[in-house]
Ligand binder design. Sequence first.
Ligand code: SAM
Length: 222
Amino acid sequence: TSKEQWAEVEAYVVDRLLPSDAVLDAARADSDAAGLPRIEVSPPHAKLLHLLARSVGARAILEIGTLGGYSTIWLARALPEDGRLVTLEYAEAHAEVARGNLARAGLDKVAQVRVGAALDSLPKLVEEGAGPFDLVFVDADKVNSPRYVEWALKLTRPGSLIVVDNVVRGGAVTDGSGADASVRGTRETYDLVAEHPRLDATAIQTVGGKGWDGMLIARVTG
Ligand code: SAM
């Protein structure tokens, strides 16, 4: 098997199960036009996030790492009319594109983009009593993923889901040398989740147009 075949199967899945959507197409086009990197989740992964949010009956969602708001739109669409989503983004330029994309999607009332380093924004959310969130999607700078999971635990309730993206890294996750900061952060995330008494988790390897990676899905148990 090859990357081409993974991409071909992804295209098949998208063709069969994910009807084309002008708002999402426009969101990605605007992100491209603004020069944002193409590091958003794939459409099947975005749909998985959407289905997970629906399955837990999410009314409040927290996202760490907005980029152009592609995954944000999928997540926010899983919410009821009176639901709310907070998404944290470091780069003002990314946040601006995301705000435009969310407005076009009619989700600007539901989804709030907060600019700044997530490690600054997260304590503020706790101070504000913004939680509990029913689903937290961690998809920012991977070196800080374990810190984000720790903050997510302060902002969730028993039954909430914490999803961490890019936890396989083309297989590099098994490299314990510590040479790569993202791998280090990812491995620390596994350690934290594995040892945490309030988390029950698995990680799934995936292939697709973007290669070999995976998602960790943890349920807050208590
Ligand atoms: N979740 C998005 C999607 O699937 O459409 C993709 C997010 S992208 C992989 C990661 C984003 O995290 C980038 O936009 C980056 O600017 C942002 N980021 C990086 N470091 C951050 C930090 N310390 N705090 C908040 N956001 C950060």
